[in-house]
Design a protein around this ligand. Structure first.
Ligand code: ADP
Ligand code: ZN
Length: 729
């Protein structure tokens, strides 16, 4: 009698399942996490399906499942999600599964903690430290050793001494939970009428049960977070889990505190900076249903929730939701997919929705709940353009006199000012005054960015870095370098020269050592410890700085120049968000946009505060050109160490494109291959193909058919596919 066979999916870059025999002692069902022999090693894998008709001739060659791991099985909902994401993004299913199994190596029990408690008479000799410790432990409760030391302000040696004397004893404590249970009724905010209406509408939608998508469309500072917390509260009451996705989890200390103020405790966190142990424990607690709310970066979407009931995507328009390597997926779109598969509510929150979401809301596919006013009577900032053609800054400076005057006024009022420039480093280009030589990356088609703080010239694409040389490598003239254009570090120099004595902070991802440090700096800004903040896009996202009333955008044209079809949308969102940091509490907010093209539609819409006009125009434009969301796009990037090999592969690929018939033949466009705007990265030559298809067309299926028929890359040539691309570089 042949033994039972199951097909398992292994979390490696493979698309298909592998069959294994099930030993008698194991009782396996789809979703079970198992270990299986894979080549010479052992791998963790997931039972995907029973195999009722294994090929009998293979039976002897099949290996046995090694063991079943002690972890809850992956639910059918998550397995279907894995299959769906893999199919849509053209990734291997194994790689998508891998994102679900990021629980670290050890799924075993968590390490126990050592605790202490009162056990015997007071010691002979009393000291201040000893009495503080005994006072803390007087209630007879056990406490973790290190917590007790910290709370009483004593060293571990003091505790050990009292254990030796028999005053204290050690006990084994269960591990601290990953998160405590949030209390849905801990402290609800006093809502304004508009917030109450919005919260009631949201709760009603969620109470309907099943799949729904709601756009929570509120101006910056309207209290969207407080409103969607009510949906979270109802989900907690229903005993189900909530996931809150954030574009930049490293920056959410403020969010965690607000969550704690509402629910009495912080939520569980999920992001790349968790320690391996914490990651393993969080994964397990999510799978066991012990964690009620997870706040996480996009990867939290792939966790094995025991009973997911709600997904919130905060700042849903944020480009950081797109993963640009490995499995290329958009976490907002995939959140909607997971919500659909799991039949639960999805809430998308933004003051500047993505065009996709806006169109879905206009067409009634998504519900829209609006919060048109700021909380607490705060008004939206007034926005003005500074025409750099008329009011230019002095030579080699970047702050125009108008903006400088506004900052000065802000300082006089003891308010905060933010100068926004989305460029890290000191200067984007360095050249030799004597011969015109420019420092370029040896591996990429890019200039080296001067980072004075690090004392290096750095490539932002591959990380190549070199010290500033003393002489020009081309003409050997000494001290001949000039910096061209500004980065935040250079702006700092100018600000210190203009406003001596002001407390200045530069916030840029490359200047902080850790997430913790970044959180501290942001808290310092919120607490008013700085007068002028200079920041990259990191400061544009969701922060609430009560004393910040002036935002100056140093180069509003920066994002408009490139040929990206989303340039207008992105610039509108980014500038609207960053200016939206101003005037959120007391006083009036002002936004200044330094620009060479104040008549540009994006700038005009920002200044007129006419969001709808911008969306109307942009939607009409996308519709007439069949760009998303009115059509589909996929980009195919061919790269290789040898330019000709890459080119000939790309041309062969185009020739292999499957022919389509009928009306679709006119609508399906394959553009390229063309040299990519970033033609060389890390020593690889890059070519791009863009496929444009009608909305109703199954582009993923077409691409799969194409790849199956297409040439095999060789000689180091690589083909990367990006469905719904966000980057066009
Ligand atoms: P948004 O996300 O819409 O930009 P937030 O949710 O950050 O706005 O709210 C802006 C500020 O107003 C936050 O500091 C928030 O705590 C506060 N706030 C909003 N609604 C209330 C309320 N009903 N009671 C007290 N504070 C509120
Ligand atoms: Zn480089």
């Amino acid at each position: 009698m042949p033994r039972r066979v199951v097909d398992v999916l292994v979390p490696v870059a493979l698309d298909r399942e592998y069959s294994y025999r099930v030993p008698e002692k194991l009782d396996l069902a789809p979703g079970d996490i198992v270990s299986v022999p894979l080549g010479a090693r052992e791998a963790t894998a997931v039972v995907w399906a029973d195999n009722p008709k294994p090929n009998p001739r293979l039976d002897n060659r099949l290996k046995d499942v090694e063991d079943k791991l002690d972890a809850p099985p992956l639910k059918g909902e998550l397995r279907r999600f894995v299959d769906w994401v893999a199919s849509y993004t053209l990734s291997s299913r194994g790689m998508v599964l891998r994102m679900c199994l990021r629980m670290g190596e050890h799924l075993g029990a968590a390490r126990e903690r050592v605790g202490v408690r009162l056990a015997g008479p007071a010691p002979q000799r009393m000291t201040g430290a000893r009495s503080r410790l005994l006072e803390l432990l007087a209630d007879g409760m056990a406490r973790g050793k290190s917590e007790a030391a910290r709370e009483a302000g004593v060293t571990a040696g003091v505790i050990d001494g009292l254990i030796d004397e028999g005053t204290l004893e050690t006990v084994v404590l269960p591990p601290e939970p990953v998160a405590h249970r949030p209390d849905a009724d801990f402290k609800q905010a006093d809502f304004t009428a508009a917030q109450s209406t919005a919260a009631a509408a949201l709760k009603a939608t969620i109470a309907k049960a099943g799949y729904t998508v709601t756009l929570l469309d509120g101006v910056t500072g309207s209290g969207k977070t407080e409103v969607y917390f009510e949906a979270v509260a109802d989900t907690i009451r229903a005993g189900r889990q909530s996931l809150i996705l954030m574009p930049e989890i490293a920056l959410t200390a403020q969010f965690l505190d607000r969550f704690a103020a509402r629910f009495g405790t912080r939520p569980a966190e999920w992001h790349s900076e968790l320690s391996p142990r914490r990651r393993a424990r969080t994964w397990r607690a999510v799978a066991d249903g012990e964690v009620a709310v997870v706040v996480g970066a996009r990867s939290a979407l792939f966790l094995p929730y025991a009973d997911l009931g709600l997904i919130v995507v905060d700042e849903e328009h944020d480009p950081a939701y797109k993963q640009e390597d490995g499995v290329r997926y958009h976490a907002r779109d995939m959140a909607v997919v997971r919500g659909h598969i799991a039949r639960i509510a999805v809430v998308l929150a933004s003051a500047t929705p993505s065009l996709e979401t806006e169109v879905n809301a206009r067409r009634g596919r998504y519900a829209r709940i609006a919060l048109p006013e700021r909380f607490g009577g705060a008004r939206l900032p007034a926005i003005e353009a500074i025409d750099l053609r008329r009011d230019p800054p002095p030579p080699r400076h970047f702050i125009s006199p108008v903006l400088a005057g506004a900052v000065k006024t802000s300082l006089q009022r003891n308010e905060q000012a933010l100068l926004f420039l989305n460029r890290r480093g000191y200067a984007p280009l360095t050249l030799c005054r004597a011969c015109g030589f420019r420092f370029a990356c040896p591996n990429c088609d890019a200039w080296l960015v001067d980072h004075r703080f690090r004392r290096q010239l750095v490539c932002h694409h591959c990380g190549f870095a070199m010290p500033h040389p003393a002489n020009c490598p081309h003409c050997q003239v000494a001290n001949s370098f000039v910096a061209i254009g500004p980065g935040v570090e250079r702006l700092e120099e100018e600000v210190r020269e203009l406003f001596p004595g002001a407390r200045v902070l530069v916030l840029s991802s490359d200047l902080v050592a850790s997430v913790e440090r970044m959180r501290e700096e942001l808290a310092d800004v919120a607490a008013g410890r700085f007068d002028i903040v200079i920041g990259t896009q990191l400061v544009a996202k969701g922060h609430h700085f009560p004393m910040l009333n002036l935002v100056g955008v140093v180069d509003a044209d920066l994002g408009l120049a490139n040929g990206d079809p989303r340039a207008a949308e992105r610039t509108f969102q980014l500038l609207h968000q960053v200016v939206g940091r101003a005037g959120r509490e007391a006083g009036a907010g002002y936004g200044y946009l330094q620009t060479h093209q104040p008549e540009h539609p994006v700038l005009r819409a920002l200044i007129a505060q006419d969001r709808d006009a911008f969306y109307d125009a942009e939607i009409a434009q996308r519709e007439s050109t069949h760009y998303p969301p009115f059509g589909r796009l996929a980009s195919l990037v061919v790269s290789g160490p040898d330019k000709h090999a890459a080119e000939s592969f790309a041309r062969a690929l185009v020739r292999a494109a499957p022919k389509v018939a009928g009306a679709i033949a006119d609508a399906l466009r394959i553009l390229g291959p063309a040299e990519a705007p970033l033609a060389l990265v890390r020593g690889r030559h890059r070519l791009r193909l863009l496929v444009k298809a009608p909305r109703a067309f199954d582009l993923s299926a077409y691409l799969r058919q194409w790849l199956a028929a297409g040439p095999n890359p060789k000689g180091g040539v690589k083909l990367e596919i990006d469905v719904d691309p966000q980057s066009f570089l």
